[in-house]
Ligand binder design. Structure first.
Ligand SMILES: [Zn+2]
Length: 385
């Protein structure tokens, strides 16, 4: 999960991974849902809310806990029970994958199905009532035009590939902009459409956004690149698409590594077959190495070890360290084990800084990234569940 807290008090949450083990009374397990709620404002009815929730793609580690911790359905059906303290999603941000029918290529878990159902409810309401008739808790932005014309009659709520998002929950006050780099739109007439449709299933349907965030009234104080679980084929394509005209669209001060520091983001070669003979894909590496001065890379993953299976992958970590520096590469779970808190950056006019203690009131905007902060270790009694 990554929480982008804007200077004006609005919050954009990217992905949800709150596992059931974090919901119980177990003191060894961090209550990540409470931690999240403590960072969020409440509306006049006392309901915690996010201004936008983006699910980058509907895989289980990006949508777990949605049904348990978020209110789905019309906002006036929010539960009365005080113990049922759910987070209201003022605006959903979703790729058009929610329009797809289930198939062998497109199987969804229960949280992902609930996300798709809620998205369809909001799109139907927009069709019926238009922009003016949809309020907090009913709004949706579709990130990317769908093929086969499925989004053609709702284009007012669609952001096209390469376009900018400039408002969250329809509030456009210059706090940020975010460029939609992916999902890649497939023109059915293009030569490799069939191959692309195959490629774009699952992880490769991931939304890729490059944020530019204002802080202390300074535009573009921090650039943040986030790309779900998109693999090397996507980064290769994106780089070839933009390298001559807009290489700057990839530049970042903070990047969350795609796919949890997977080797498959950076290379077409299999480590299991080639070991140290593997080659990095130059195009994908270029896309992921457009750093601004002092940039940080965050891998949201388990501790990175040489022997462990991919992801995370130690060779991928080496590549990211070569792009930034060893003290500017952060693994969320390793950081959690030492500090019992998520990785956070506070943003001022001078840019983002890695912060060991964010005084929430003092800094302007922040980015907090946390992969799996659900298991507090150090008691020696419990492993991951
Ligand atoms: Zn993932």
């Amino acid at each position: 999960m990554a929480l982008v807290a804007l200077d004006n008090g609005q919050n954009i949450l990217i992905d949800v991974n709150i596992r059931a083990s974090a919901d119980g009374e177990d003191e060894d397990v961090h209550d990540v849902a409470q931690d999240l709620k403590d960072r969020l404002p409440r509306d006049d009815d006392g309901r915690p809310y996010v201004d936008a929730l983006l699910i980058s793609h509907p895989d289980v580690d990006h949508v777990s806990g949605l049904r348990n911790h978020f209110h789905l359905g019309p906002p006036d059906e929010y539960p009365e029970d005080e113990d049922d303290d759910r987070i209201l999603i003022r605006e959903m941000w979703s790729s058009p994958i929610v329009f797809r029918r289930a198939s062998s290529q497109h199987k969804l878990g229960d949280d992902a199905k609930a996300w798709a159902k809620e998205a369809r409810r909001r799109v139907a309401l927009f069709r019926e009532k238009g922009l003016d008739g949809t309020d907090d808790g009913d709004r949706i932005l579709i990130l990317g035009k769908d093929r086969d014309g499925k989004t053609d009659n709702v284009m007012e709520i669609v952001i096209l590939q390469d376009e900018l998002i400039t408002a969250v929950n329809r509030n456009e006050d210059g706090q940020f902009e975010a460029r939609l780099l992916a999902p890649i739109y497939i023109d059915p007439d293009q030569e490799d459409a069939e191959a692309l449709i195959e490629l774009l299933s699952k992880n490769n349907s991931s939304v890729i956004l490059r944020f530019s965030i204002m802080a202390d009234g300074t535009d573009d104080a921090c650039r943040f690149l986030t790309g779900g679980d998109a693999s090397v084929e996507i980064w290769d394509r994106l780089w070839r698409r933009h390298k001559d005209t807009n290489p700057d669209w990839f530049s970042y001060d903070v990047m969350e590594t795609p796919h949890h520091c997977s080797w498959r983001t950076l290379s077409h070669d299999r480590w299991s077959e080639m070991g140290e003979d593997v080659r990095v894909s130059a195009d994908a590496r270029n896309a992921l190495s457009q750093t601004r001065k002092g940039a940080h890379v965050v891998a949201s993953c388990n501790p990175i070890k040489k022997e462990e299976p991919n992801p995370p992958h130690e060779r991928a970590k080496r590549e990211y360290v070569s792009i930034t520096a060893s003290d500017r590469f952060h693994c969320t779970e390793e950081y959690w084990e030492k500090n019992s808190r998520p990785v956070e950056f506070s943003i001022t006019h001078a840019g983002p800084s890695f912060s060991h203690r964010v005084a929430a009131k003092k800094v302007a905007a922040t980015i907090g990234i946390s992969a799996i902060p659900t298991v507090a270790r150090g008691h020696g009694s419990r492993g991951r569940r």
